[in-house]
Each structure stands twice: as C-alpha cells, then as structure tokens.
Write a protein that binds this ligand. Structure first.
Ligand code: PMP
Length: 425
C-alpha cells in the first residue's frame, strides 16, 4: 500500500497545483465522524467535507438508498425521460422553504450551479441585469459566481474579467466595526453611485458567511434588505449552500429570519456526500424562464435524488435539527473553555452547529492571526483531528462536524483542539 507521502508526490505530478489541499492526507475508509488514512491512522472529522457530511460519512440509510437506486437506473437526463425521485425531492424541499405561497424547485449538481441558476431565474423574472452581493461572501468558482464572491486571493486571482452588473455592498460585521446601518448605507451608496435600483434583479446573501468566516447576517440586516427589495422590485436570494440542510439548527437558516427570501440555493449536506444541488423559490419567479431555459445533463441525478430523500428521512428519524442545536451549544461551551485559557481567541460564535472561533495576535481583534490558526490546524491534524480554517484573513477555525457524531467523539475532538492550542499557542 502507498503512503500519504508517496500519494502526495504522485498528486503533485498529476494534478494542477491550483487545486488546494488542507491536509496532506489520503483517505482509505470512513464512518460517521471518523476516517482512517492509507497508513491506518484514525482521524476525527470536524471538517465534514466542507459542510457536506451533516449526516456523517457513509450513513447506512443513505448508502442503502443509493444502492437501491443503482439497481434500478442511474441516468436518463431528467429533460429526456423523467423520474419520480426528482419530483418528490422538489416537493419536499419546496414544503420546507419559508414564506407564503406556492414554491417550486429546480435541481442541479453543484452549489455554484445553483447560484448561477438563481441569478438566471432572478434576471428572467425581473428583466433586470444587476446583482448585489456582499464583501467577504463566497458563492463558487464558476465565472459568474466568482464575480459574486467577495474575496480576491486565491479565488479570483488571474481569472477575470468577470460578468458585469455585479456589485458588492458591505456585509455587516459588528465585531470588526461594520454595523447593520453601515451595511445598509453601503447599498444606498451603490444605488447612488453605481446602479439604479430599477436595474437590480437581486441581492444574494449567505445567512451565515461560510468561507468568509462564519459571520451571521443579523436579523435587522436581512429585514433591511427585504424592505429595499420590496420597495424597488428586487429579489432576495439566500445562498444556503453551506448553511442549509440543518447545519444551523433549522433545515434552512433563513427559517430563523424575520422575513422570507424569494429564492434559496442549497447543495452540500442536502445529499450527505452525493453531488446534487437545488434552487427553491416562489413558483411565479421559478416559472419565469421559458421551456428549455433551465437544466443540465446530470442536473438532479437519480443517485443524488435518492441520497437527498434518504437524508431527509434520517433528519426526521434521528431528530437531527434538535441535535444540531444541542451540538452547537456543546461545541460553543467547549470553545469558550479554550478561549478562557488562550488569549488569542477573540471570539467564539455560531448559529446552531455552524460554530467557529476567531484568532487575533495578543487577543487584538484587529490583528488577525492566520499564522497561529495554521499552526493549530496542523498540530490538531498531527494529533488526529481534521479542522478547517476560513475567513477573509484566514484566522477563523470553523467546525462542521457531522450532526450524527456522539457527544463522546465531540468531547474527544474538543480535547484534541485544546491540547493543540496548549502545544503551539
Ligand atoms: N455558496 C456557498 C455559500 C458555499 O459555501 C459554496 C461552497 N463552499 C458554494 C456556493 C459553491 O458550492 P460548490 O463548491 O458545490 O460549487
């Protein structure tokens, strides 16, 4: 059998360097919130494949549903010959989306594709070109979604030009001195300096910024956006690719908003490790594009649909929304205990089980400590805990552990994190 080092050497020769890799580890097998590498070393997984594994690695019920689907048919292209699991998933997701009135669901394959399609639908419905996104936001790696993403290096570097008519307003971040009023005022400035509101199709916002650093969009901010949207005929898109599928304690994070969005994008954990994504929204909006305007060869694949329907079943059977809330409390308590001992921790935060801690040099919130973040993440991996960092300054450690992990495993992981801080901080 090959070692991690041998496989890394082959990877470097065969795969472009642009594909990053957080840890120099090759996996051999996985189960729930643990995996084993090719050298037999065991890891606790607090990364969850970047928010994909809310139901854990290889959940037996999901694997069973996918195997059953494999024996029936694997592909037709939904635009050629349809299949019931697509329709059933569309119905189920529409029923879960907040807001009054009828909803419809479009299925795709990736998060970026869902965001692309949400923009297409919003433009088609409003007959307007403009899209307003927010600083620090992340929406994907395709050219349109890179245009929406609010961070240059490494995502956008060298890949432009990006589509026109995309503008960025300030995302509120009270911890870093940007109030809700500042953020809403920056939208007003865009309307004054860059694009008239009558030409804006949509706002797109993450309920909690994921890659951007686990900063929550405050209720007053989304309420303010909703008000501007209603005033000017603009649509509100909630990008729930990272926040969705129960991560924040509700199926969609925007269920906790005081207002409803018009469109929601979903991907990642909605299918427990299989590639499928969705745009869910107001039926009148979703029906704006004409026949043939939406789709894709693999969009809403039968395998993805079977997996996603099984995920919904597992959420009910194992009461994972309640678990998400309880787990979030447990994680925040554990991180607060670390913060009490480590002056560099400037913030512990989280919505449901979407939890993070932020590091600043000498405990100064204005001096992001990416160096310490990297050292802790590497030390934890050496000790068998896989973590991910995030944030515009790379100084946030985020936790996306499966909701199905036991309390004992969570506590073990938190202890490794505490020990890693003690070793390097
Ligand atoms: N939107 C958000 C909020 C995301 O977090 C991500 C992925 N990290 C995407 C869109 C893009 O999803 P994908 O990588 O599946 O294209």
């Amino acid at each position: 059998a090959s070692t991690n080092a041998e496989l890394m050497a082959r990877r470097r020769a065969a795969v472009p360097r642009g594909v990053g890799q957080a840890h120099e580890i090759f996996i051999a097998r996985a189960e729930n919130a643990e995996f084993w590498d090719v050298e037999g070393k065991r890891y606790i997984d607090f990364a969850g494949g970047i928010a994909v594994l809310n139901t854990g690695h290889c959940h037996p019920r999901i694997i069973e549903a996918v195997k059953a689907q494999l024996d029936l048919y694997t592909h037709t292209c939904f635009q050629v010959v349809a299949y019931e699991p697509y329709v059933e998933l569309a119905e189920r997701l529409a029923a879960l989306a907040p807001g009054e009135g009828a909803k419809k669901t479009l299925l795709l394959s990736t998060g970026a594709e869902a965001v692309e399609n949400a923009v297409k639908i919003a433009r088609s419905y409003t007959k307007r070109p403009g899209v307003i996104a927010f600083t620090g936001g992340y929406h994907g790696r395709t050219v349109m979604t890179l245009g929406l993403t609010g961070k240059v290096a490494p995502y956008k570097t060298g890949f432009g030009p990006f589509p026109g008519e995309v503008f960025h307003a300030l995302f509120p971040n009270p911890l870093h001195g940007i109030s809700v009023e500042d953020a809403l005022a920056s939208v007003a400035l865009l309307f004054k300096n860059d694009i008239e509101p009558e030409r804006v199709a949509a706002f797109i916002v993450e309920p909690v910024q994921g890659e951007g650093g686990f900063y929550e969009a405050p209720a007053a901010f989304v309420a303010g956006l909703r008000e501007l949207a209603d005033q000017h005929g603009i649509l509100l898109i909630a990008d729930e690719v990272q926040t969705g599928a129960g991560r924040t304690g509700t199926w969609f994070a925007c269920e906790q908003w005081p207002v409803a969005p018009d469109l929601i994008t979903s991907a990642k954990s909605m299918a427990g490790g299989f590639p499928i994504s969705a745009v869910i929204g107001r039926a009148d909006v979703m029906d704006a594009p004409g026949p043939g305007g939406l789709g894709g060869t693999y969009a809403g694949s039968p395998i993805g649909c079977a997996a996603a329907l099984a995920v919904l079943e597992v959420f009910e059977q194992e009461q994972l929304l309640q678990r998400s809330q309880a787990l979030g409390e447990r994680l925040r308590a554990g991180l607060r205990a670390i913060a009490a001992k480590v002056p560099a921790v400037v913030d512990v935060r989280g919505l449901g089980a979407m939890v993070a801690l932020e590091l600043g040099k000498d405990g100064d919130v204005h001096q992001p400590d990416a160096d310490l973040t990297g050292r802790v993440v590497r030390e934890a991996a050496r000790r068998g805990l896989v973590l991910l960092s995030c944030g515009s300054y790379g100084n946030v450690i985020r936790i996306l552990v499966p909701l199905t992990a036991s309390d004992a495993l969570i506590d073990e992981g938190l202890q490794v994190l505490a020990d890693s801080f003690a070793a390097v901080a």
